[in-house]
Write a protein that binds this ligand. Structure first.
Ligand code: PMP
Length: 348
């Protein structure tokens, strides 16, 4: 998260908006918290340019709960859902959704080692699928769609957990967008769901209220006690993004950061080997490996000593993953590519 934003939260930590209480102490039914939640919602609406016929909901249970909550609410028992799997999280989404109904994997990047995404028009969808699900950015594998999937008349559902607010999107192309907050939206503990209003009444099966989108839509995202702290921080994060020029402004910085990173990989003559195919390279998670696992480990260790943390690739892929979410500064990337060049010089 951006330091300026954390400082703002610190300044208000003991007394939010001059109330004399921390946001974690006030009642979630108070006028003050109403305003805080309203501000977060307004922030998301403005940042994503959410049309009026969409609702913005704050839900707990992580993006992982959405893997099953989506089919519970949108998958008709008579039909299947089409899933495009381009990495670790998309595969988990299939596993969870399969507990609820029939899931049809219409594209799997498993054969290419999750190094690519399909091109627009490449995937054939089932005629009567309830919806199509895909993951716009695969956090572990470092592959990203650079377009909004067009599935014809079928509703499109997208997991944007790791690239939401990193670039402008056209919300109208989606029936439902969801994102765990802990990358570009703020802290963990809250998921943002943007859902087209007409889907709220679909209800293909009987569900406990707490697992329906309608319960969140009808109760201002508070069918029960929400994560007040996370929602408050999300509002501050939206202020920060606005100061960066919104998604248009941040996209420029994100593109420059990614350009520098991939340039460092490409000019290393194979010392650093990128994992994703060029056309599918993620602007958020840059994945690569060094000539041996020992060098990977050394790179992580020396990176840590130089102030670059979290470089170790996911346990399922190995290698290196450098995450450059919205809050990671361009200056940090410039220092990192210098570090990469120096490491190559010493070990290449
Ligand atoms: N989808 C994607 C793309 C993710 O990156 C993550 C978490 N990193 C998840 C889903 C799961 O999110 P959560 O931990 O909030 O359940």
């Amino acid at each position: 998260m951006p330091t300026e934003m954390l400082e703002r939260a610190r300044a208000e930590f003991l007394s939010v908006r001059g109330s004399g209480m921390s946001v974690m102490e006030i009642s979630h039914r108070s006028k003050l918290f109403d305003d805080i939640l309203g501000k977060a919602e307004k922030g998301i609406r403005a940042a994503l340019k959410v049309p009026n016929n969409y609702r913005v909901l704050f839900i707990q249970g992580g993006a992982t709960l959405q893997f099953s909550m989506i089919p519970m609410n949108l998958l008709s028992p008579d039909n299947s859902a089409d899933h495009i799997v381009t990495g670790h999280w998309g595969a988990l989404a299939v596993e969870e959704a399969s507990c609820i109904g029939d899931i049809n994997v219409v594209y799997s990047g498993g054969e290419n080692g999750f190094s690519d995404v399909p091109k627009q028009g490449e995937v054939r969808f089932s005629q009567n699928a309830s919806y199509v699900h895909y993951t716009s950015n695969e956090t572990v594998d470092g592959v990203q769609f650079d377009y909004a999937l067009d599935a014809g008349a079928l509703p499109v559902v997208c997991d944007m957990s790791s690239d939401i607010l990193s670039r402008p999107i056209d919300v109208e192309k989606y029936a439902l967008i969801y994102a765990g907050a802990q990358k570009n939206l703020g802290p963990s503990g809250v998921v943002v769901v943007v859902i087209r209003e007409d889907l709220l009444d679909w209800a293909p099966r009987r569900l406990p209220k707490q697992l329906t989108y309608k319960a969140y839509a009808d109760n201002v995202s508070m069918p029960n006690t929400p994560n007040t702290w996370a929602i408050y921080l999300l509002g501050l994060m939206c202020d920060w993004l606005e100061e960066q020029g919104g998604t248009e402004g941040i996209e420029k910085v994100n593109r420059e950061k990614a350009r520098l990173m991939y340039e460092a990989i490409d000019k290393s003559d194979g010392f650093y080997k990128g994992r994703a195919k060029r056309s599918a390279r993620s602007l958020m998670n840059v994945t690569f490996s060094l000539p041996t696992p020992e060098l990977d480990a050394k790179f992580v260790e020396e990176g840590e000593k130089n102030g670059f943390s979290g470089l170790k690739g996911h346990r399922s892929t190995g290698g290196i993953r450098a995450s450059i979410y919205n809050a990671f500064p361009l200056k940090g990337v410039e220092l990192f590519v210098d570090f990469m060049a120096e490491f190559e010089r010493k070990n290449g």
